[in-house]
Every structure is written in C-alpha cells, then in structure tokens.
Ligand binder design. Sequence first.
Ligand code: LLP
Length: 427
Amino acid sequence: SRTVTRNADGAVEVGGVDVRSLAAEFGTPAYVLDEDDFRARCRAWREAFGPDADVFYAGKAFLSRAVVRWLHEEGLNLDVCSEGELATALSAGMPAERIALHGNNKSVREIERAVEAGVGRIVLDSFQEIVRVASVAERLGRRQRVQIRVTVGVEAHTHEFIATAHEDQKFGLALADGQAAEAVRRALMLDGLELIGIHSHIGSQIFDTSGFEVAAHRVVGLLKQVRDEHGVELPEIDLGGGLGIAYTSQDDPREPHEIAKALAEIVTRECTAAGLSVPRLSVEPGRAIVGPTAFTLYEVGTIKPLEGLRTYVSVDGGMSDNIRTALYDAEYSVALVSRSSDAEPMLSRVVGKHCESGDIVVRDAFLPADLAPGDLLAVPATGAYCRSMASNYNHALRPPVVVVKDGQARVIVRRETEEDLLRLDIG
Ligand code: LLP
C-alpha cells in the first residue's frame, strides 16, 4: 500500500491511521484496505488504456458495494461471474451496460437476470450456452450483446508461459481445433445474439507480457478468419485479466501502461496489416487493482519454538481468511507492525488457528526474536482472493474489511457474528 509509514513509537500507520487503533476499534483479524491506493490503481489502468479501451475490474478478486461505487466513480466497468456478484453490482448502482457476465456454467436463472437487467455483455463459454443465452434473449424480446471466450493455447504459469496445442481445462472454446470458429458461426446465426467480439483469458499472476501478446496475435487471427468467412468485422476484443503483483520482494510485476502499450501495438499493427478496422480493446484486471491495496492485520497468540527447526507463530486467523498459501503454495511476507524491534531475526512460520497442519499463512519469514503474544502482524497484498475466498471453516467468523482514508477508518464489510452463523442453521 502506498501510504504506509512508521510513526515515532515505531508503530505502522496506513492511510494516516495507527494499526494499534485499528486493532482496538475493529478487532483482529481484519483486512485493512487503502481507498486512495485502490482509486489510484483504477486511474492508472484507465489512463494506461485510454478512451478507446475499457477496463473491467474482475469482481471475483474482491467485491463489495463500496468497491462498486469506487469503480463507477473512477470510470471502470465490472466483470461478474455469478448471480451474487451481479446482485452486488446492481444494488450499488453500477449501470448494467457496464457489467459483463462470465462463467463456464451459468444457470438459466443467472442468464435471465443478466439479460433482464440489460448487462453490456455476456461472455459465452460453450456451444450449449450459445443456445441458452439466445433463447432467453429471444423469449424476453432482447438482442443480447455477447462475446465468445476462446482458449488460445497459451498456458500461463507464474513466471513463464508454455504454448500448448490444446488446453486441457474447462473454460472457453479452443482456437486450435476449430471450435472457436464454429462457435462464431453459430452465434452469428441466432437472432437473440449480437456477437460483438472475442474474449481470451490466459491465466493469473503473470509477470511477462509475452503470453498476452501471443494471445492477442491469435485472437486477431480469428477476427481475420471471421471476416474472410462471414464478411463480418467483430468490433471488440477482450484480453482478460492476469497481470501479476508483488507478494514478496522477489516479484517484479509489469505496470498497466506496459501491458497496455504492448497490447495496443500488436492489435493495431496486425489488424491494420490485415485490412481490419482496429477493434475496441478491453481487459479485466482483478488482482492488479485490489491485491496490493489491503493487508491483513493479525494478533500474535501462541509462540512455539522448535529446536533446530523454526518458531511457529500462531495468529488469530489462518486458512479461513487466506486460503492461498494452503491452496497454491502462495508466498507472502509479514511484518511486526505494532512496534519496532532491534531483536535478532528469528526463522518463523506464521500459522493460523485451524485444525490442520497445512493451515499456514506465511511459510517462511523472519520475525524479531522478542516477538510476544499481543504483538500485531501485517501480511501485505491480501486485497485479492482472500476475503473473496474466505470460509467459515471451524466456524470461524469471517473478518471485516476496514477502509482507511485521510486519517479515518470505516468498515465496508462487517465482521461476521455468531448470530450470522446461527441464523443459517435452522435445524
Ligand atoms: N477475467 C477472467 C475471465 C478470469 O477468469 C479472471 C480470474 C480474471 C479476469 C481476473 O484475473 P486477475 O487479474 O485477478 O489475475 N483464486 C486465484 C486466482 C483465480 C483467478 C480466476 N480468474 C488466486 O487466488 O490466485
């Protein structure tokens, strides 16, 4: 986060607020999100892509009504992939035409709600869905704007990408075996659909622009094929999300303007060479916008030194508020934030309070040897895919999202209570 400083007594301040007062007022664990940083990242993406492109924030990374309002104000659009995300977006006033609906198995009900609301696009993911969306639209007397999601045969990994002939996964329609072209053919024939473009999403937490460039090249190839076969120039392409962020100091992420430049160049050059008018570009960053804007604040509980191994530092949350370490072997950093310390560094593992040994928040970290119960730790870069993937495992109460701005803190998603848990349990 951009506005992190240490004050005179060594405690960290974020957005002008001391973490000790955050813990006292809102309790721990808590996600602490810096609104100015979030808005600055939205603006950086808007400015990088300019007026001839659209930035759709991927709501799956983290969505709340406050977030929807910020996106609206900063001129971003929103990608949703469920009825719940759609409902959140609409209830916070995002204009439907700025919403895109995703998903590999959208229910008829989800499709009906989206078409009725008038969403700007539905991204079609299978042959069956082409028919489903068309028939819902026809029944409701609408013509739904749609894109077709294609798999371009670029498999993105954390630091590299591997080009494969065919991707063995559930999303999209493959370019390589002609399914994507067949999907275009079918979509163009249906009255309920207005096919506006092609969509590609190659993966997530990517540090290299070359995977996106290969994707852009292959998507433009399909646009040419569509023009040649049908005499139709599709006006839009979406190249998905996936730009990586720095979780630790080893990570070296690209900036939005770097990816914007690379994509615009390739699309413009190749379309111009093929005599196609340059399509409107869109992208769907989630992690790169919200990830760095929040950290998780924990209180240290039990500390258990294991002779010759490491020290296990237990915090008051764990895999229920951050599943990413257990699920993806994700790396995080951690810092003592309630005071400064000159003590020797101690090899530590920050673990949660859940009933399994895989409940690790930060696998390897150095924390000061004078660490004590009651100290506050911060794990940075937990804005994306932490609250949104949080669970009630062991009947944990999901932590609040506290927003800091101009020296003030306010809750945008409150902490769950025992009443919340018991309300669902009606047996
Ligand atoms: N667009 C589509 C179609 C997607 O499937 C995704 C992510 C995005 C955009 C946004 O990607 P981002 O810019 O946030 O990388 N839970 C995992 C990440 C799963 C991402 C799924 N789709 C994690 O915690 O790393």
